[in-house]
Design a protein around this ligand. Sequence first.
Ligand SMILES: Cc1cc2nc3c(=O)[nH]c(=O)nc-3n(C[C@H](O)[C@H](O)[C@H](O)COP(=O)(O)OP(=O)(O)OC[C@H]3O[C@@H](n4cnc5c(N)ncnc54)[C@H](O)[C@@H]3O)c2cc1C
Length: 300
Amino acid sequence: MKNAKLVIIENEPMAKHTSWRIGGPTRYFGETDFPDGLMVALHWAKELSLPVFLLGGGTNVLFRDAGFPGFVVRYRAQEWKISTENDDGTALIWAAAGLPMAKLARQSAAQGWSGLEWAEGLPGSVGGAVCGNAGCYGGEVANVLERVHLFINGAKEIWPVAQLDYGYRTSCLKEKKILQTPIILAAEFRVQKAESALLTAKMEAIATQRRAKTPPGQTGGSVFKNPHLASETRSAGQLLDQAGLKGTRIGNAMISDLHANYIVNLGNACSDDVLRLIELAQKKVLNSFGIELELEIQVI
Ligand SMILES: Cc1cc2nc3c(=O)[nH]c(=O)nc-3n(C[C@H](O)[C@H](O)[C@H](O)COP(=O)(O)OP(=O)(O)OC[C@H]3O[C@@H](n4cnc5c(N)ncnc54)[C@H](O)[C@@H]3O)c2cc1C
């Protein structure tokens, strides 16, 4: 199907649309920059009773080699604007779900708005960040989100942040506690006026730290959540390192020797290679420390 606002193709390899460059074909794949294009796409999928998966930047998902027997749709709208500006120097930024989160952070900081600096260099879209409560360098979505614009049960709704039931790298949207696929159309974030030069300097420091700890190549971000134990939070990366897993390879996938919580696609890795590494890592950490590592990535 193709019209000015929507393109749908068949048997599209998901490896083309994920940062891991891994994943079998989806039966249908659609992309649109327009809210009404998205509505048409969802209506079409409903008519065919297809399961729907909303893809953002594809930086936190692992599609299985067998692919997805439904409709993967990417909403790419990228506008952002100041939606409310108050006399006390605070404001709300409205951003469409398809906008890269790091681009929003950079552009808003350049205009002298503080609040999103932590997202410097964060891969993925506003929609993906809101869905998974992305966070890093002292910030996370839950701390700055005011409300989210959703398409749910065939209607548009605005939810305040409290309704998302945010936790560490999760929300009710990610946990699919809701029956219908909820689609994030846009989000509104709280920001304050600040000196843009100071914000830029802070973000350059974050970019340097991020470059130093991120393994080069094709990855899907942190594979496991940092486990919260009764007495403390442990770093999943350190546990994996101490279990001797750095550099472990299955097929063409390898646990990074720079940061053990990343699995790198060395070239033509398949989903099964990654899933076997995940299983091995979980077993070794359980046997060594009695700790069960929970996935941060989503396996589709
Ligand atoms: C190198 C690297 C470094 C990373 N560093 C960090 C980090 O520091 N901190 C961190 O938190 N994460 C990090 N990540 C993980 C990833 O960047 C985040 O989880 C990001 O927010 C995912 O966004 P995405 O658009 O790629 O979402 P996707 O991976 O495409 O999807 C993730 C989830 O969001 C849902 N989703 C996406 N868009 C929508 C929408 N419009 N409506 C409804 N649901 C939607 C999907 O259905 C899926 O459930 C890193 C990843 C990589 C590859």
